[in-house]
Design a protein around this ligand. Sequence first.
Ligand SMILES: C[S@@+](CC[C@H](N)C(=O)[O-])C[C@H]1O[C@@H](n2cnc3c(N)ncnc32)[C@H](O)[C@@H]1O
Length: 254
Amino acid sequence: MVGKFVGVGVGPGDPELITVKAVKALKAADVICVPKSHANKPSMALSMVKQVLEERAKPPEVLELVFPMTKDELDVKRLWAENAVIVTAKVDAGKVVVFITLGDPMLYSTFLYLYRSLREGHPNVRLEIIPGVTSVTAAAASAKLPLAERDEVVSILPSDLDSGLIEETARHADNLVFMKCAHRLKELVPILEEAGFTENSMVALVKRCTLPEEKVVVGRLGDVQNWDICKDYFSVAIIKRTELPVDKEKGDVL
Ligand SMILES: C[S@@+](CC[C@H](N)C(=O)[O-])C[C@H]1O[C@@H](n2cnc3c(N)ncnc32)[C@H](O)[C@@H]1O
């Protein structure tokens, strides 16, 4: 049996949004790798695939790969290089190792660290990637706001970017998607207004999309300062140049 390493996107939260191909991979895996930021913190990705794994006659080995949230690039590289050695030993023993990741593996994912370590340090390991429904597209569906139509430009940004870079990017975009955003949404308002977005530009903040605790708020950029924002890491904001229709006299959204 020839082993391989498969990065599998398990979608934004709702287990029904796991693709058929991902389910097949989860059912065929010998080992399921679960990325965790703390050893005793539950994994959201693992809880999403719980039912699929429970349907298996023989449960797979679950391998938790812990990676502390550090911005020290050297530390991160060293840690993932160590994880790559562990994974390679399993693959060399003929195992199919599936790494589960939220949303899509190729979008701001922890999977990418391991993927790079494997490519660079263990080039003989067979690698496959199964795409998933991203939180970006899921948030747009929950908020019922198109990400882009006709010739519109959409940009996806991590909200911790330098303000000048956000402003510059926003100048060239019709629609913006901010990841990891809830803690900084209010601070983004003046930056976007500087880039030509107006107080009536549409904003949607989607927290924990597609999960039972999902919360969607849609309104005007000018109202964001008054929103009571829960600073949940699992939040996506979509901001559109398009203005919400507003009653010119009362200032209310129509
Ligand atoms: C490390 S990135 C992972 C992105 C993921 N690979 C994807 O394709 O959506 C984490 C960020 O994704 C977003 N995110 C992931 N799942 C989400 C969800 N269910 N609801 C809202 N935002 C989510 C949040 O912005 C969070 O800060």
